[in-house]
Write a new protein. Structure first.
Length: 144
């Protein structure tokens, strides 16, 4: 469960996803789907370079910055749909298609085979609040 400040930095925002492929970092803008206040899902086309890279290395980092210049870094790994129970994936796909703005511009429906979703397992949260320069990064314990 994310605290309200973290939720406000994630919800309806563009985050930047960092991956690594063959020792080369890659960063891409992503619009996560937040299920409740505890689960982050990412959406992509199935046949992209990004999806191929994720298959090779599921460790990622999501980053964003607030209007106040607070910095949020979420570190963890992605679970693919094949690694999840279909009973969990199907309702999430439907929720994504019903609630994500303009999703119909990209996919034909919740069952579109070109759409792939990933469940983000957050292992570490780093929140740097910019109220003062003396304040250190806050490292929260891993989430199970």
């Amino acid at each position: 469960m994310f605290n309200p400040q973290i939720l406000s930095m994630i919800n309806n925002k563009t985050l930047f996803m960092g991956t690594a492929n063959d020792n080369v970092p890659r960063v891409r803008p992503m619009r996560p789907f937040l299920e409740g206040d505890h689960t982050i899902w990412l959406i992509s086309y199935a046949d992209t370079e990004k999806s191929k890279e994720i298959q090779n290395n599921k460790q990622i980092e999501l980053c964003t910055i607030s209007d106040n210049h607070d910095v949020l870094r979420l570190q963890g790994s992605l679970l693919t749909e094949q690694e999840l129970n279909a009973a969990e994936v199907e309702p999430v796909r439907q929720q994504i298609f019903e609630t994500v703005p303009n999703i119909a511009d990209f996919f034909t429906g919740a069952d579109d085979v070109n759409m792939v979703i990933y469940k983000f397992q957050v292992k570490n949260i780093i929140l740097r609040m910019m109220e003062t320069v003396e304040r250190p990064e806050l490292n929260f314990p891993p989430i199970d």
